[in-house]
Design a protein around this ligand. Structure first.
Ligand code: SF4
Length: 199
């Protein structure tokens, strides 16, 4: 069974032939071929909640005039289509202005927002053994455990992640009861456009 743990064809494939269903161009190691039983199993999409998620996700990229929506517009369409009215927002303090704008847009669409800042709790670095650049000054840790607990208590339908640090985002995602979607990926060097490092 060791082969199960080898990489799949996607690791080095240049054809991406599954995109067009072109079997002749798929590498022999393409999971479409080697794992057909798994990759062609779609029954999970025919039952809720994935049935509705797949249908709505297919409709969000374009508006009625076939004009592309940006991700914020897509998010609002997605929330409304699925009836997700209580929207939790786990935001980084550096994105306070952008979070306030998101709250405004959500309210304009009749959606409730429950936002929680990353520095909630005002817990000093030293309380969890982290080293501070200036030991004599207070420095608040990011607190994704508290963010997720507050959002769970608020019984939100979905959580929108706004620029949490790498690692803190994982804690949030693991601890939130509601599904988490990422609107902004924290990337301090690239103004949150991480894909630019891969072009
Ligand atoms: S699914 Fe198959 S065709 Fe698509 S990238 Fe992976 S190996 Fe290539």
């Amino acid at each position: 069974m060791a082969a199960e743990h080898n990489t799949y064809g996607c690791n080095y494939c240049k054809s991406a032939a599954s995109f067009k269903g072109d079997y002749a161009k798929m590498p022999k190691t393409c999971p479409t071929l080697t794992h057909a039983e798994l990759t062609k199993e779609v029954s999970g999409y025919l039952v809720e909640p994935y049935r509705s998620i797949m249908q709505v996700a297919d409709q969000t990229p374009f508006d009625a005039n076939r004009v592309l929506r940006n991700r914020v517009e897509e998010l609002i369409v997605y929330l409304k289509a699925l009836g997700l009215k209580r929207v939790g927002i786990a935001f980084c303090v550096t994105l306070l202005k952008e979070t306030q704008n998101l709250i405004k847009y959500l309210h304009q669409e009749g959606l409730d927002s429950i936002a929680v800042c990353c520095r909630v709790g005002a817990v000093d670095y030293t309380e969890i053994g982290l080293t501070k650049a200036h030991p004599d000054k207070f420095a608040a840790i990011c607190n994704p455990l508290a963010q997720s607990k507050l959002l769970n208590q608020a019984d939100v339908d979905i959580v929108v992640q706004m620029g949490l640090c790498l690692g803190h985002d994982i804690i949030l995602q693991q601890q939130c009861t509601a599904p988490v979607t990422t609107l902004v990926v924290k990337d301090r060097a690239l103004d949150h456009h991480s894909v630019l490092a891969l072009r």
